[in-house]
Design a protein around this ligand. Structure first.
Ligand code: AMP
Ligand code: GLY
Length: 425
């Protein structure tokens, strides 16, 4: 069968890499892909949100499966259009995708389905929003309602900070339309956890758990990013925790969506915090995480394409248990100088060292492209992910770090403390 992966990040490179290993697959395409996917699949120059051309391509190539990588594809309605034309799609329709694209929709759903989450209120007016935050001493998270590429959350520790965050969104419109409605919620404390569930709209199969590192710099300094690294399995997260997430968060969400007419087929990602009073849901995403996919997929020994087909066709109930490598994995993002500040980043810089990647490290490309005469150049904030398996988390980390150090371009930086907690714990 022919499979199309939609998107162009390291997540999509990892998806392509996994699809190519499937016995069910004769050819893999990636739209639009990047400098890495072009080496193992055929890149097609169609944007991830270009609904019309993706459907045309699916018809022309008689695709057996389309996997939606980024939220932009979900939100553009690529899933709806492909399903309407009779294709198997691993990724939800736009309506179900509101669980990611609208934080107020997600919070309302959590409330209705009794899913544990932070206390919150939705606001469009600054005065009541500031008052709600100030009653909590300004210790709140202020969130733009709409998609903001992982950057629409401001964590505040004082009334000055919460006033400034609320004003930035509701008065100064610094987040555009995404921030015209905001969610203000109580601050939670504890380690974070990502559990990705594959669902067919009814059953849910959890993937191996991961922990994502959202801040740009070591020791959680610097701004929030799309994710600077991840590892699996995270310290202190056993099967019982994952089961609790499936039973109290993922399955109730999937059932609530279905009950309101928004069946969800694809990956539902729960971003959680393990607080002293139990598991709390911070957010849902309607897709694989990036960089969680680069950490989780190398541990998956089962056929991803078979799993995705079962999800897309509504047949997860009879699907055999997933097989996982007992090895740990660590994924480290190598980023452009000044990431995540798009305006301050310089792109088009030559990338060196990829021919000398040490054995054991996998390089998944994100912001890379081939430029005639120059070779591979940087083309985004997150440039590549270096991922590795190891008998221990420490071994996986050493291998992933060795890979990351080999990727050289002007201003390249990466976190050196991804998964370090596991050696100390
Ligand atoms: P989100 O985009 O909702 O996942 O938020 C991005 C990051 O902000 C999360 O990964 C957390 O680190 C942080 N965050 C979000 N909500 C809260 C909260 N209620 N309390 C503490 N930190 C939060
Ligand atoms: N790693 C967080 C995300 O994919 O949204």
């Amino acid at each position: 069968m022919k499979v199309l992966v939609v998107g162009s990040g390291a997540r999509e490179h990892a998806l392509v890499w996994k699809c190519v290993q499937s016995d069910l697959v004769e050819r893999v395409y990636c739209a639009p892909g990047n400098g890495g996917t072009g080496g193992m699949a055929r890149n097609v120059p169609i944007g991830a949100a270009d609904v019309v051309r993706i459907v045309e391509f699916a018809k022309r190539e008689r695709l057996g499966l389309v996997i939606l990588g980024p939220e932009a594809a979900v939100d553009a309605g690529v899933g709806d259009a492909l399903r309407g034309a009779g294709f198997n799609v691993f990724g939800p329709n736009r309506g179900a995708g509101r669980i990611e694209s609208s934080k107020s929709f997600a919070k309302g759903l959590m409330k209705r389905a009794n899913i544990p989450t932070a206390d919150f209120e939705v606001f469009t007016q600054p005065v009541p929003a500031r008052a709600w935050a100030s009653e909590r001493g300004g210790r709140v998270a202020v969130k733009a309602d709409g998609l903001a590429r992982g950057k629409g959350v401001i964590v505040c520790a004082s009334v000055e900070e919460s006033d400034a965050a609320i004003n930035a969104m509701l008065v100064e419109s610094r987040f555009g339309r995404s921030g015209a409605t905001i969610v203000v919620e109580e601050l939670l404390e504890g380690p974070e956890l990502s559990v990705l569930g594959v669902t067919d709209g009814n059953d849910v199969v959890a993937l191996a758990p991961a922990r994502d590192y959202k801040r740009a710099r070591d020791a959680d300094a610097g701004p929030n990013t799309g994710g600077m690294g991840a590892y699996s399995p995270p310290l202190g997260v056993d099967d019982a925790v994952v089961k609790e997430v499936v039973d109290t968060v993922l399955r109730p969400a999937v059932r609530e969506l279905a009950a309101s007419g928004d069946e969800f087929r694809g990956v539902l990602y729960a971003g959680l915090m393990l607080t002293r009073s139990g598991i709390r849901t911070i957010e849902f995403n309607a897709r694989f995480g990036d960089p969680e996919a680069q950490a989780v997929l190398p541990r998956l020994e089962s056929d991803l394409v078979a799993l995705a087909l079962a999800s897309s066709k509504g047949g997860l109930a009879g699907f055999p248990d997933l097989r996982w490598s007992p090895q740990a994995s660590v994924a480290i993002v190598v980023a452009s100088a000044n990431y995540p500040d798009d305006a301050a980043m310089k792109l088009g810089l030559p990338i060196k060292g990829l021919a000398e990647i040490p054995r054991g490290a996998l390089i998944f490309h994100a912001g890379t492209r081939f430029e005639p005469g120059k070779g591979l150049v940087t083309d985004g904030g997150r440039v590549v992910t270096s991922a590795a398996l190891g008998a221990t988390v420490a071994e996986a980390r050493d291998r992933a770090l060795a890979g990351a150090r080999q990727v050289r371009f002007d201003g390249a930086f990466f976190r050196t403390d991804i998964a370090k907690e596991a050696d100390e714990g």
